[in-house]
Design a protein around this ligand. Structure first.
Ligand code: AOF
Ligand code: ZN
Length: 324
């Protein structure tokens, strides 16, 4: 299963709105084949390994298949993987995580068992759940997994009193910001940020596809971010809308009003804080969050530090919601 997870890693974030799934097939005589989901409308991981085995001249009857997600049991863009596995005569299917998609949700496992296939679930579940988190969040809640990127000095400031703010953090942080954009299906900023920073929101510093660009409010004519999707209204509705468009993972990039609104509404799943070894050193510098915050110490938001690392001369702190 660990190797199936490694296969899925190769297509991580490349198959949206479908999950990135990996699979390993082992024939009765010990030959092994590996595969992963293709981008839509391509084949699912199970079909890829079955095809690879047959192309290699292998006999797949009695084979075992390890797959990171429960095989699907519905006709979507592709035929059901359950039917492909049953038709191939495999003996055993092992999967890591159940598929919460309402079209599957236990039906895949049940169909395989009804056909006499031995099914084992719950192998390497933690790692696979972590790998599939954007997909699982999307299918369970209808909304994307929300990552908020914040860049500030170590004293939590983003601009000097005169408004000047460019490149608080270093070049390495910029490259990582582009890598992050490439991993997200959409990137969102407020109209204020479009007016003041005029960002392109594309992927340039690294190779990768551009995300859907979303502006909260109206982007002024001539903004570099065009073409973009302009959305307005309460943020939960905005997330529902993006979920319906198949956005599994959303990157919120600013500015400080948008950061405040997402944060205070409890809509952020992971915070990526890029902290520069700089201190503005006064309360006339603009803060990360604009708007009213915790009114008393009991209201202070507390998360869990999921990771800390150096990036160039900066520090990156990954914060996640604490488990309630
Ligand atoms: C699998 N293996 O590799 C993937 C699965 O439109 P379709 O036909 O591509 O179906 C999309 C759904 O199929 C998706 O929502 C999820 O439930 C499942 N994805 N299933 O057995 C795979 N990518
Ligand atoms: Zn499938």
């Amino acid at each position: 299963m660990r190797r199936a997870i490694t296969q899925a890693d190769r297509v991580r974030h490349l198959t949206s709105p479908n999950p990135w799934v990996g699979a390993i097939l082992r024939t009765r005589d010990g030959r092994e084949f590996a595969g992963a989901t293709e981008p839509p409308p391509g084949r699912h991981a199970e079909q890829v390994v079955l095809d690879a085995a047959r192309a290699g001249g292998a006999d797949v009857t009695g084979a075992t298949v390890w797959v990171t997600l429960e095989p699907c049991d519905h006709h979507g863009r592709t035929a059901p993987c359950t039917e492909a596995l049953i038709g191939a005569g495999v003996a055993r299917v092992v999967f890591a995580v159940g598929d919460p998609d309402p079209r599957v949700d236990g039906r895949g496992a049940a169909r395989l068992r009804a056909a006499g296939i031995a099914v084992t679930e719950g192998v390497c579940t933690d790692r696979a759940t972590d790998q599939l988190r954007p997909y699982l969040t999307h299918r369970r809640t209808g909304r994307p997994f929300v990552i908020m990127k914040l860049a500030a000095s170590l004293d939590g400031r983003i601009a000097a009193a005169d408004g000047s703010s460019r490149w608080v953090t270093g070049d390495a942080a910029r490259a990582e910001a582009h890598r992050l954009r490439a991993q997200c299906d959409a990137v969102l900023v407020g109209a204020g940020t479009v007016r003041t920073d005029d960002p392109e929101l594309t992927v340039r510093a690294v190779a990768g596809r551009d995300p859907l660009r979303v502006v909260l409010g109206r982007a002024p004519a001539g903004a570099r971010v065009h073409p973009c999707l302009e959305l307005s209204g309460p943020l939960p509705g905005v997330l529902d809308d993006l979920g319906r468009r198949g956005v599994l993972q959303l990157l919120v990039e600013g500015g400080s009003r948008v950061a405040h609104d997402f944060h205070r509404a409890g809509l952020v799943d992971r915070y990526l804080m890029h902290l520069a070894p700089a201190l503005f050193g006064g309360d006339d510098a603009a803060p990360l969050f604009r708007g009213s915050g915790a009114r008393s110490i009991d209201e202070v938001w507390r998360g869990r530090i999921a990771g800390v690392r150096h990036l160039g001369g900066d520090l990156v702190v990954e914060l996640e919601k604490g488990v309630a």
